[in-house]
Write a protein that binds this ligand. Structure first.
Ligand code: BGC
Length: 736
């Protein structure tokens, strides 16, 4: 009885004081009143209670303390939709209403180069997470695309840290505007899935700071991200979950005040993790599916931690710091007040956002054909189209539920064939043949190919819809994975004999090729022969509609590649000058800072389609680069403007890309680096002036000697263009 009344009064006391702090979340990093409350709470907690907060209490929750009214923290994947329920013990509950908006994946979002769409995407996620009773959404994924074979490239954003960071910041702000925490992942250098649980990435400090860390830094410092997830792999000998270097950078250099969460099952130690590692240990299963911690006490940060601290009481301060970071996040996500805005799910607005991102994220790579299809006058001679043959398994495949932890139960998913029927069905006869079928032997099905060739023969135009898929049905965690977690692509060739099928189809008829997937692949004759080629990534639940609208010219394409497509796998720097996938233990990043266009700028002959590239149905000019002055004192922001004009006949959007070069430097620097961009919508004939302000970060490099970012005075070139290989304006400035 006495116990109960203490319990009740403590709970009451706690609830009473936390409810006074409803505005805490506005300034969650530096709120003295909240910090004081946290102090008192910590003083009320036993060591056992504190450790409850430091590890999972079910598949997607970390523990709370009932006695003090501290609830569990509830998490969900991420990154492109709120994942279906996996219950407390991973059981999928098919009776729950857990469908969600399936947004275009990371790579497609980044292809929009539209920061506002990053925000909108996050806003939808946050709102749906709130509606589903989640506190944290496990995204965005910002790991750098280092090799096209990485099975999770589709979840990530770019080969370029600035683009990845800018898109992530928008996403995070969107999520967090709902009173939900985002979780930027996977910190850091989780650039391959092959052996992700044990591979040791050997990478130099400058490369870490210039390539693999900036998107995280951006998320922390500009996005105020509430949580960060550490990666499975090791960096320079230490697991990321207890990597002293990474945690020094995170806490001491960037000033991160939020919570670091481990990837699921990625903690490997008690003492190092306590001192310089994650705050929360998540994951309840071993990779082989057996239960790791059936009673949730086996965690490194549970019983073993209690034992350790009892033996070394002076280390309890580290436990307290972790608890503080977790409680801070709890306050910020309104765990203790009722101030979280109400969420909503599967609303028409959310679906419209999914459509908008898809429309802007699909990249037109080639258009000799003269798309759009709708305009007969623009077509090649005699190409009067009556019948369209849609060929390819991806025309009818739904992707939402596959790929690993990013799976979403989409309320619906418009396939490309459905989209094409909706948009073209009244004017054209649409016929369909799959042409190939995903199979474990990875073979061309000659019967299906023959049928498809026959269907194509009787049509006037072929729209081929193929490329990658996440995995063969039912093989989400098995061997037969392509764009999927835990597994890299084994080959850079489109699977199931598609190359031959595409070659033969493109020999036969005018062909428009639409590629879905988390990367491109080795091409063949079909590229030359395709009249038009689009790269659609995985465009979400409205993706089929967006593809059809672009083909029909209802939408003018405006996507730009967030990664370079090289002519051959061997040309990618990870494969040519670096190492991939390593020797089973280590992978040495010999390619250092020469990732993506930073490498290809020096080897343009190896590029098939450059970073930042994408066509439109209209044309643009970029000119009149105007600088107020040419000499800037060090530290003064560099301001300039540029005019962009729609010189064609259709309304459209162009992405103005700003790259900085430092021609003379003490260290070797890339030819140029992306430091700003803006997407502009223009009516035919319209001109807009876009202004840019660059701070010293845009001109600095990370200096291994002083272990700091360094701005070396001298001359710099501002390059402005609409792809990394199409610079249209240049100006020299001097920083003194
Ligand atoms: C993935 C994370 C994910 C977590 C929870 C892990 O396997 O690497 O990205 O958030 O599972 O599902």
């Amino acid at each position: 009885m006495l116990k109960k009344s203490i319990y009740l009064s403590l709970t009451f006391f706690f609830i009473a004081f936390v409810s006074k702090f409803s505005s805490a979340q506005n300034d969650w990093q530096n709120n003295p009143a909240i910090e004081k409350k946290i102090d008192s709470l910590i003083s009320l907690m036993t060591l056992k209670e504190k450790t409850e907060l430091l590890h999972a209490s079910s598949s997607f929750t970390s523990g709370g303390v009932k006695r003090l009214g501290i609830p569990e923290l509830v998490m969900s994947d991420g990154p492109h939709g709120v994942r279906m329920e996996h219950g407390r013990d991973w059981e999928i509950d098919s009776t729950t209403s857990d469908s969600a908006t399936y947004l275009p994946v990371g790579i497609t979002l980044a292809s929009t180069w539209n920061k506002n769409l990053g925000y909108q995407s996050g806003k939808v996620l946050g709102s749906e997470a709130a509606d589903r009773g989640k506190d944290i959404i496990l995204g965005p994924g910002v790991n750098i695309i280092r090799t096209p074979l990485n099975g999770r490239n589709f979840e990530y954003l770019s080969e370029d840290p600035y683009l990845a960071g800018e898109m992530a910041v928008g996403y995070i702000k969107g999520v967090e505007s709902n009173g939900i925490g985002a979780c930027v992942k996977h910190y850091a250098a989780n650039n391959q899935e092959t052996l992700r649980g044990k591979i040791n990435v050997i990478v130099d400090e400058r490369t870490l700071h210039e390539i693999y860390l900036p998107a995280f830094k951006h998320a922390v410092q500009d996005g105020s991200v509430l949580t960060i997830m550490t990666a499975y792999n090791k960096i320079n000998g230490e697991y990321c979950s207890n990597n002293k270097y990474l945690f020094d950078v995170l806490h001491n250099e960037w000033g991160f005040k939020g919570t670091a969460i481990s990837d699921w099952g990625a903690v490997h130690s008690t003492e190092p993790t306590l001192k310089h590692g994650v705050d929360i240990e998540m994951g309840t299963e071993l990779a082989n599916g057996t239960k790791d911690n059936p009673d949730y006490n086996g965690f490194y940060l549970a019983e073993p931690l209690i034992k350790f601290v009892k033996k070394h009481p002076r280390y309890e301060k580290y436990v307290d710091e972790k608890v503080r970071r977790i409680l801070r996040v709890m306050f910020a996500v309104h765990k203790f007040d009722k101030k979280r805005p109400e969420g909503s799910r599967n609303t028409p607005e959310h679906h419209k956002t999914a459509l908008k991102i898809a429309e802007e994220g699909i990249v037109l790579l080639k258009n000799d054909y003269g798309l759009p299809v709708g305009k007969k006058a623009d077509m090649p001679e005699n190409a009067v189209v009556k019948t369209i043959a849609v060929i390819g398994d991806n025309a009818t495949r739904k992707h939402a539920g596959e790929g690993g932890s990013s799976q979403v139960k989409a309320e619906y998913e418009i396939t490309p064939l459905e989209g094409i029927k909706q948009v073209f069905g009244d004017d054209y006869k649409i016929v369909y043949a799959p042409g190939y079928k995903p199979n474990k032997e990875n073979k061309l099905d000659s019967v299906l190919m023959k049928k498809a060739l026959n269907v194509a023969k009787h049509a006037d135009l072929v729209i081929y819809i193929g490329g990658w898929l996440h995995n063969i049905e039912g093989e989400m965690w098995g061997k037969y994975r392509y764009d999927a977690e835990g597994h890299d692509k084994e080959s850079y060739e489109f699977p199931f004999g598609q190359t031959e099928l595409m070659n033969r189809l493109s020999d036969l008829k005018p062909m428009i090729t639409v590629i879905l997937g988390g990367s491109f692949a080795k091409t063949d004759k079909w590229l030359e022969k395709s009249g038009a080629v689009l790269f659609a990534g995985y465009p979400g639940m409205e993706g089929g509609k967006a593809i059809a609208e672009i083909l029909a010219g209802k939408i003018n394409p405006s996507g730009k590649l967030p990664f370079t497509i090289a002519k051959e796998l061997k040309y990618y720097p990870a494969h040519s000058i670096g190492e991939y996938p390593g020797n089973g233990q280590n992978v040495i990043y010999r390619d250092s800072i020469w990732v993506g266009y930073r490498y290809f700028d020096k080897h343009p002959e190896k590029i098939l389609f450059p970073f930042g590239y994408g066509l439109s149905y209209t044309t643009f000019s970029i000119d009149n680069l105007k600088l107020k002055k040419k000499v800037f004192p060090s530290g003064e922001p560099v301001k300039f403007s540029i005019d962009v004009t729609n010189t064609g006949k259709l309304e459209g959007k162009e992405v103005v890309q700003v790259y900085i070069s430092d021609p003379v430097s003490r260290v070797v620097r890339p030819v140029k680096e992306l430091k700003a961009f803006e997407k502009v919508n223009l009516k035919p004939g319209e001109t807009k002036t876009v202004s840019f302000i660059l701070d010293k970060n845009a001109f600095s490099y990370w200096d291994p000697e002083s272990k700091k970012w360094k701005l070396e005075p001298g001359d710099f070139i501002i390059n402005v263009g609409n792809s990394s290989q199409n610079i249209m304006q240049k100006a020299k400035i001097t920083i003194k």
